[in-house]
Design a protein around this ligand. Structure first.
Ligand SMILES: [Zn+2]
Length: 138
């Protein structure tokens, strides 16, 4: 499941480093955000989305009650109508998994992991007179 999301991310990113992705997930898939994040991390390893944050947007399914006609949001099944308590069988959606948006890392990214133990020698400047360049022909 995560692999298909990562696949979609990599295709859309086209080589750009990804900072964060937002994924719409149907409530009926019962995806746990933390579990999704972890498996996304694993699936994204080695690609452009490596280290990217996955943000889940849980989208409820919709159901229309066959008894009283009221429409309501469904987060799990079986869904009982909040108005009359009837079990609604016709549930629409709730099983989608859609890549919504991608945030890319800024291009001016500082490379991490520099050994900062080198002390630059200060006061070691050569004072040189700029020689006059004779006669340009242009
Ligand atoms: Zn009802």
């Amino acid at each position: 499941m995560c692999a298909s999301v990562v696949d979609a991310v990599e295709r859309r990113a086209a080589g750009r480093p990804v900072a964060r992705v937002r994924v719409r997930v149907g409530a009926l898939l019962h995806v746990h955000p933390e579990a999704f994040g972890q498996s996304f991390e694993v699936a994204a390893a080695g690609g452009v989305a490596e280290g990217a944050q996955a943000e889940l947007v849980v989208v409820p399914a919709r159901a229309a009650c066959g008894a009283c006609g009221s429409e309501f949001e469904v987060y799990s099944q079986p869904a009982a109508c909040p108005a009359c308590g009837e079990i609604a069988f016709e549930v629409d959606g709730g099983e989608e998994l859609t890549l919504v948006s991608i945030e890319y890392r800024p291009p001016a990214m500082e490379a991490s992991g520099g050994a900062g133990a080198s002390t630059a020698p200060s006061g070691l400047s050569e004072t040189k007179g700029v020689p006059d360049v004779p006669g340009h022909t242009g």
